[in-house]
Design a binder for this molecule. Structure first.
Ligand SMILES: NC(=O)c1ccc[n+]([C@@H]2O[C@H](COP(=O)([O-])OP(=O)(O)OC[C@H]3O[C@@H](n4cnc5c(N)ncnc54)[C@H](O)[C@@H]3O)[C@@H](O)[C@H]2O)c1
Length: 283
């Protein structure tokens, strides 16, 4: 067995096809960034298992990258365990897990109008006229639970299922998709920010736990990335968010995929429990 602590050898920097022979599972890979991660890893030779709750979307991406599908909800721990085990039985190994599945909190029109009105009042200095946004008091148990279940519990379930194979193999890479909102929460999506901040703590803790055993666990915190996730966002709010990005534009999924590819592969052999923001200066 090779020494998991050994510094990079020439193979690690081998470039194209550096992931040949490896097997990766990517959650939420039927759309947006997850689909792009699948393309990027497959381009370097990985066999990719495409998870999503949307079977049609998963099948399209799997056909494109020549991979397999695993249709399940990441908040279902039994399903996650079973599908990881199935992938290991089918392909003989699991080298990479990208915990990416997620969704954005819906924003209703009334809330958007309130936010815009409050912004005008602030600009006019009329602080005593501000309308309480009540994001927290209006948030239901169901919405709070669902957000944490999919993002934070889903990341835990996947990490646990993968480590059952990776730790005995003394090899593996897990990449968790957090968010800039996990590092710098904003008023409004408090359940999203809490779940994403939890993913950061989970990554640091588990990364330290497994570092001596050849397994690496890292997280990325993307800023505003142009994917279907943001399509329902009010255009006025979106324009204001983009104006605050130092580079003046949203990121592309391909740009995040380069970072995820680095963390999934042997090039990042000295990264463990690390948190990487990719936000064009927003963080
Ligand atoms: N787009 C952004 O600006 C941005 C920024 C930071 C972080 N993120 C995070 O990146 C990840 C990917 O987001 P995206 O922008 O590519 O969104 P997207 O909507 O394009 O893709 C998300 C995919 O996850 C799937 N999914 C949702 N819930 C699921 C579940 N319970 N089980 C399995 N699959 C599920 C969806 O069906 C969809 O195919 C999410 O975790 C999101 O929170 C996005």
């Amino acid at each position: 067995m090779t020494d998991p602590q050994a510094p990079l050898g020439p193979r690690a920097l081998a470039g194209p096809r550096a992931l040949a022979g490896t097997v990766a599972m990517i959650t939420g890979a039927g759309s947006g960034m997850g689909a792009e991660f699948a393309r990027r890893l497959a381009a370097d030779g990985a066999t990719v298992v495409i998870n999503d709750v949307n079977p049609t979307a998963a099948a399209v991406v799997a056909a494109e990258v020549g991979g397999d599908t695993a249709i399940f909800d990441v908040s279902d721990s039994g399903a996650f365990d079973a599908e990881v085990d199935k992938a290991v039985t089918r392909f003989g190994r699991l080298d990479i897990l990208i915990n990416n599945a997620g969704f954005a909190p819906p924003m209703d029109d009334e809330r958007v109008q309130r936010a815009v009105a409050n912004q005008m009042l602030r600009m006019e200095g009329r602080m005593s006229d501000l309308i309480p946004p009540d994001h927290t008091v209006d948030l239901s148990d169901h919405d709070w639970d669902r957000m944490l279940k999919v993002h934070l519990y889903g990341t835990f379930y996947g990490t646990r299922a993968a480590l059952r194979h990776m730790t005995p193999a003394r090899s593996g890479a897990i990449v968790n998709v957090s968010s800039i909102l996990g590092l710098r929460p904003m008023a409004g999506p408090l359940h999203y920010a809490t779940a994403k901040a939890g993913i950061i703590a989970l990554t640091k803790s588990v990364g330290q736990e497994v570092a001596a055993f050849g397994v690496r666990v890292n997280a990325v915190c993307p800023g505003w990335i142009d994917t279907p996730l943001l399509a329902p966002m009010d255009p006025t709010i979106m324009a204001a968010l983009v104006m605050a990005i130092p580079s003046g534009r949203m990121g592309q999924p391909q740009e995040v995929a380069q970072l995820v590819r680095f963390l999934a592969g042997p090039e990042s052999s000295y990264c463990n429990g690390e948190i990487f923001s990719i936000s064009a200066g927003l963080s």
